[in-house]
Design a protein around this ligand. Sequence first.
Ligand SMILES: C[S@@+](CC[C@H](N)C(=O)[O-])C[C@H]1O[C@@H](n2cnc3c(N)ncnc32)[C@H](O)[C@@H]1O
Length: 190
Amino acid sequence: MADTLARWRQLDRLFAGRYRRRQFENANSRVLDVACGTGRNFQYLPSSSEIVGIDISDEMLAHARNELERLGLDGTVHQMDAQALEFPDDSFDTVISSFSTCTFPDPIAALYEMERVCTPDGEILLLEHSRSDAAPLAWLQDWRAESHYETNGCRLNHDPLETVEQTDLTVQNASSAFFGLVTTIEATPR
Ligand SMILES: C[S@@+](CC[C@H](N)C(=O)[O-])C[C@H]1O[C@@H](n2cnc3c(N)ncnc32)[C@H](O)[C@@H]1O
């Protein structure tokens, strides 16, 4: 998927750009982007941030490195499993992640890891797709869920807020947009 996603930059900006900007433009200081993919979020982070991205896929990370270079940003990316982050506790002021908990085999483990590496007064900012609150769209998502998972490894009709609520994180703010297809969550470590 890495090359395809990289080619969809303009499309992503059109559909997801405004949500990425709103959710991540105030990310603070040292920022970890978990499952950064091709580095889509980097351009929406404050230019003063120190960016660290991780992803399981080297192919995605190759594009993420190019994105850092293209934007002239000072950051690093590393191959790593979101469910077993190789950073000490309290390493980052802000942990961000987008369209990712739907793909993790164990999203709850990944969220606990995000909490662990976030400073106690830091923030975890998530941008996720979610099951629509419009019945016909939700029906379509349910109908395609199994085959979409088999082809793309993504749970099309998941409920990210419900997943976050199963962890220790404190949800400070959650909202949905675009017929409930997009969910943003701001959470803090307990
Ligand atoms: C749909 S893409 C989203 C990428 C990016 N965050 C974005 O918004 O464009 C999901 C990403 O999760 C990564 N991923 C899946 N499982 C992972 C894991 N266990 N640890 C780290 N990254 C993982 C994939 O390689 C992929 O880059």
